[in-house]
Design a protein around this ligand. Sequence first.
Ligand SMILES: C[S@@+](CC[C@H](N)C(=O)[O-])C[C@H]1O[C@@H](n2cnc3c(N)ncnc32)[C@H](O)[C@@H]1O
Length: 221
Amino acid sequence: MESRHRSRFTQPEIDEYAAAHSTGPDEVQRDLQEVTAAETGWAAGMQIGDDQAVLMETIVRAMGAKRAVEVGTFTGYSALAVARGMGPDGRLLCCDVSEEWTAMARKAWEQAGVADRIDLRIAPGADTLRALPDEEQFDFAFIDADKTGYPVYYEEILRRLRVGGLILVDNVLQNGRVIDESVNDENVEAIRALNDTIAKDSRVRVVMLPIGDGVSVVQKI
Ligand SMILES: C[S@@+](CC[C@H](N)C(=O)[O-])C[C@H]1O[C@@H](n2cnc3c(N)ncnc32)[C@H](O)[C@@H]1O
């Protein structure tokens, strides 16, 4: 199978080399990739790459995270990585608006034996997050849904993140369009604004990684 380490910002040869020297997906993950490609058409490109999945599972595992939230679940690949990383006593809240795509996620989570760690809520992410109690304390979060919603997801999650906890924000480089001043569509504008906000936010430290479509790793301090 072709490499699914998908940095859009490194040379293809470097990407291949990195893929060959990183932990790859297992059978359950490959099955999910194949079903997603076969059944969702163009949308399959929304799934995170293998490099991002193994990075997320490793971070979650190393942190000992037990309470996590994701906005933007699709067919469940990123959630699978987080749920595995947390182990059997972890709990992951997943937010998405699509019954159809998340039905595939539920099947994959059953197959992987992690379904009982995941609470999937079908509603706009902002509504689900705003309805959470203020005293909710997440260790880890992943934001990967509609781009114009990111600022709300960031604020609602940050106020419920424990000190030292992490938020991973996906698609922060918008295929390189964040640095092209001639591009001003609403998704790129929303991401540029959030990137600027996070870089100046005294509540966090952040590093932006050029893997996939760009991932910011944000830590509450
Ligand atoms: C990029 S995909 C997520 C990919 C997923 N993280 C993965 O690894 O496969 C974005 C998802 O966000 C969902 N979405 C779009 N608008 C949303 C909203 N307002 N609230 C919650 N989810 C939303 C879409 O239904 C879609 O499944």
